[in-house]
Design a protein around this ligand. Structure first.
Ligand code: CMP
Length: 138
């Protein structure tokens, strides 16, 4: 069990003006921000970030969407961070997300689902390192 996870507030949530609402929910759930940036992925960078999904039928749609606008990327710290953050964001498909979760409130579809959350401690480290150097973590 690690105490770090990685998240992105996705282009749909940024476009809809929900950065502040989502950060407040993250704060209220007890996560500490270790690193954060407002940025935009190129199609190539989105392809690299989601390389594990390369063979999936939705890979093209996913990478197009993730490079369609700006995002907020962040490393978050909390005891049991990966599992607790996945509980906070809810199911990948917002139609199946629990009431009160970030995706239930702010996501519109399985593709445009407002936030990303790491699915394992190992991936949290890999994903955090994709965006942040050691000098950008506090
Ligand atoms: P995320 O947690 O960022 O990790 C992989 C993403 O792929 C996932 O959120 C969804 O946004 C996306 N995804 C998963 N399944 C589908 C699907 N069937 N169609 C489109 N996008 C999907």
């Amino acid at each position: 069990m690690s105490n770090l996870t990685f998240t992105m507030i996705k282009p749909d949530a940024v476009r809809n003006g929900n950065i502040g609402n989502i950060l407040q929910m993250i704060n209220n759930a007890g996560f500490r921000i270790v690193a954060m940036k407002y940025t935009r992925l190129s199609l190539d960078q989105a392809g690299k970030f989601y390389e594990v999904h390369k063979e999936r039928p939705f890979y093209g749609e996913l990478t197009e969407f993730m490079s369609s606008g700006s995002i907020v990327a962040a490393i978050l710290e909390k005891e049991n961070a990966v599992a607790d953050f996945r509980t906070l964001i809810g199911a990948t498909n917002p139609a199946q997300a629990e009431e009160g979760t970030i995706r239930k409130k702010y996501a519109t579809s399985i593709g445009e689902n407002a936030v990303h959350g790491s699915d394992s401690d190992e991936n949290a480290l890999i994903e955090g390192a994709f965006f942040f150097s050691g000098l950008e973590r506090f």
